[in-house]
Design a protein around this ligand. Structure first.
Ligand SMILES: NC(=O)c1ccc[n+]([C@@H]2O[C@H](COP(=O)([O-])OP(=O)(O)OC[C@H]3O[C@@H](n4cnc5c(N)ncnc54)[C@H](O)[C@@H]3O)[C@@H](O)[C@H]2O)c1
Length: 257
């Protein structure tokens, strides 16, 4: 029988976090590092990743900075190769946080480029990261993939059709990969945040809709980024070793209505 504290710990594990420059991805990277993981971090802005490395290094956190766009499959392939080459030759978990915000446009006015841009990052980018990390994990017969979706994968909202379609796709992708890779030791789950205050959500939360969102949230507030960390550590670690193909919602009860 495994002790739960041991199972929750990530000591000796290499975990890759995309979208780690700011917001939820950064907070998740901090939580994984606190749980003992050596973290590889990716985002578009190298300076954000360097500042994360400077924050974690004094506490003994090992951080590998690998900037790039997840929407470029060649870049993703190269990043995964560098993670494997730089460390123990393993990649134990990935948390796919990289994502861009909706354009908040009525669907009848959404342009082709806007639609494509959101799906290129939020859905295609997630797939590229799953595929490349998955290849390494299948080879080592061990790994946990955590895809970040959204409560809007399962709940409608106006003017975010591309974002909602992409996040719904992320959850469908999660289930498909979970079934496909389970017998080869790779688990795949989604983490569905509700409303958290980050740069991505600030415009919405500061608009007149923000008040309604808080009113509708049973816990009576939006989330702070570090409140996603525990769920990410759980899904990345062996504490969730019998969990695959599911979505863990972290939303203060927003979807409980
Ligand atoms: N904030 C919320 O309320 C909320 C709610 C539900 C889901 N989410 C999801 O959580 C994830 C993180 O959101 P956030 O609020 O922290 O956003 P954010 O804008 O604060 O941070 C996004 C991070 O992703 C990176 N990124 C964006 N495009 C990228 C790309 N092409 N390649 C690599 N990195 C890229 C950015 O550089 C940044 O570091 C997203 O997938 C988002 O859809 C957020």
């Amino acid at each position: 029988m495994t002790d739960v504290n041991t199972a929750l710990h990530l000591k000796g594990k290499t975990v890759w976090v995309t979208g780690a420059g700011k917001g939820l991805g950064r907070a998740v990277a901090v939580a994984l590092s606190q749980a003992g993981a050596r973290v590889a971090v990716t985002a578009r802005t190298p300076g954000d990743l360097e500042s994360l490395r400077c924050e974690l290094a004094p506490r003994g956190g090992e951080v590998l900075v690998l900037p790039g766009s997840v929407a470029d499959s060649a870049v993703v392939r190269d990043i995964v190769a560098r993670i494997v080459a730089a460390g123990t030759g393993r990649l134990d978990a990935v948390v796919n946080c990289a994502g861009i915000s909706p354009h908040f446009t009525r669907s009848e006015h959404v342009g082709d480029d806007d639609w494509r841009q959101v799906l290129d990052v939020n859905l295609q980018g997630t797939f590229y990261c799953c595929r490349e990390a998955g290849r390494v994990m299948l080879e080592q017969s061990y790994g946990s993939i955590v895809n970040v979706s959204s409560v809007h994968a399962s709940r409608g909202f106006e003017r975010i059709a591309a974002y909602a379609a992409g996040k719904g796709g992320v959850e469908a992708l999660t289930r498909a990969l979970a079934v496909e890779w389970a017998d080869r030791g790779v688990r795949v789950n989604s983490l569905a945040p509700g409303y958290f205050r980050t740069d991505l959500s600030a415009g919405l939360l500061d608009s007149r809709r923000g008040e309604g969102i808080v009113r509708r949230t049973p816990l009576g507030r939006v989330g702070e980024a570090d409140e996603l960390g525990g769920a990410a550590v759980f899904l990345a670690s062996d504490a969730s070793r019998f969990v695959t193909g599911t979505t863990l919602t972290v939303d203060g009860g927003w979807t409980a209505w």
